[in-house]
Design a protein around this ligand. Structure first.
Ligand SMILES: Cc1cc2nc3c(=O)[nH]c(=O)nc-3n(C[C@H](O)[C@H](O)[C@H](O)COP(=O)(O)OP(=O)(O)OC[C@H]3O[C@@H](n4cnc5c(N)ncnc54)[C@H](O)[C@@H]3O)c2cc1C
Ligand code: SF4
Length: 335
């Protein structure tokens, strides 16, 4: 590993000011960034550690919902009573992720900002659309775990399995930077809806999230109005643990709700979580019976452009969709 210095700022303003370019990364739990540095994918001279900054490590009730500080670990999110009561699909998805050791280190901020797992991107010497070059090696190469939707420019899948659930719950990402101050000198906060936070390669192939240099994720905000007692999260992965999802389906269903009240979000099949209004329309317009499941299964592959090795994700999604509807309410009726 190449040697680097670590800065330990005490405030968001200091941390933000230190990050003058993307070559000076922030570090939280380090479970993604340190692996990238060890593999010489990232070679920073300086890393800005966020751990000493106060106020980023708590989960609080805000009246409108809950605020999860960016440095709260995945494990602490999953075991928090407020999260479990209001947003159980988030607890479920975290339980599926990585390993207990990683969940104990990894933070929610780092999870949503982690870099994709494309093996070309994570191998020294491959230049492609994502790292400032051109073209995509995966489209004609090894693409077993890559995207089947939105894969024309860059075929990565978003690696966070919290991301689709945050989009489903209508979460917002709170962001701060030393650049943006109010007249009394305090840092301003901007909020970006999770649905807009995760970028597609068409928006910018080099970025996965809507952060500008110097911007820090300070919290994830979950709105109480999106609590729902009918939810389901179904995920497939090659290995039980120490692995990423191959595909996931998140369903939030409002009993007696109208069109637009329900959410169906696909994960790990596109560069950003994929909201499917056409599938939401189906679950909102009929009883959730076998015919409904069949209609969803017929529709779910629409718009997919599988590559040479990942066509299996279409039938996988059909199976996960059926499972998600049968298991609504988090009841494991079908394994
Ligand atoms: C074997 C293995 C299996 C895994 N399986 C899964 C899985 O199934 N599902 C899943 O979702 N993840 C999985 N992961 C990834 C893991 O969840 C991430 O590595 C972790 O969430 C990153 O969090 P961190 O705090 O360690 O981030 P770090 O490594 O510290 O940072 C990650 C990135 O985010 C940036 N960053 C961190 N915090 C902030 C902030 N507050 N503001 C702005 N930028 C920030 C950093 O600059 C860096 O680029 C797995 C990892 C491993 C090693
Ligand atoms: S999928 Fe994206 S990151 Fe991977 S080779 Fe193609 S352009 Fe690069």
């Amino acid at each position: 590993m190449r040697q680097f210095k670590v800065a330990l700022p005490n405030s968001i303003e200091q941390a933000s000011a230190l990050q003058k370019s993307v070559d000076v990364p922030f570090i939280a739990g380090g479970t993604d960034l340190l692996a990238r540095i060890k593999e010489y994918i990232d070679t920073p001279d300086l890393v800005v550690d966020l751990k000493r900054i106060e106020g980023l490590g708590e989960i609080t009730s805000t009246g409108q919902g809950i605020r999860i500080g960016a440095l709260v670990t995945m494990d602490d999110v999953a075991t928090n009573r407020l999260v479990a009561e209001g947003f159980p699909a988030l607890v479920e998805t975290i339980g599926n992720a990585a390993t207990p050791q990683i969940r104990n280190m990894a933070t929610i901020g780092g999870n949503i900002c982690q870099k994709p797992r494309c093996w070309y991107l994570r191998h020294e010497g491959y230049s492609c659309a994502k790292n400032g070059g051109s073209g995509c090696w995966a489209r004609e190469g090894e693409n077993e775990f890559h995207a089947i939707f939105g894969n024309q420019v860059c075929a990565v899948t978003h690696p966070s399995n919290m991301a689709p659930v945050l989009v489903a719950y209508g979460a917002s990402i709170e962001i701060q930077s030393s650049e943006s101050k109010s007249s009394d000198g305090t840092l301003e906060k901007r909020q970006v809806e999770a649905e807009q936070f995760f970028l597609t390669p068409e928006q910018d192939p080099t970025r996965e999230v809507a952060l500008k240099p110097g911007e820090i994720v300070t919290a994830v905000l979950l709105p109480a109005k999106n609590r729902t007692d009918q939810w389901s999260y179904a995920e497939a992965r090659e290995k039980q643990s120490f692995d990423w999802a191959q595909a996931s389906v998140t369903v939030l269903y409002q009993r007696g709700g109208r069109s637009g009240d329900h959410r169906v979000i696909l994960g790990a099949v596109s560069p950003a979580p994929l909201r499917r209004a056409d599938l939401e329309e189906i679950i909102g317009s009929r009883a959730l019976d076998a015919d409904c499941i069949q209609a969803l299964q017929e529709k779910i592959g629409e718009g997919a452009h599988p590559l040479s090795q990942n066509g299996y994700k279409v039938p996988m999604l059909r199976g996960l969709m059926a499972k998600a509807i049968r298991n609504l309410n988090g009841e494991k009726k079908e394994g």
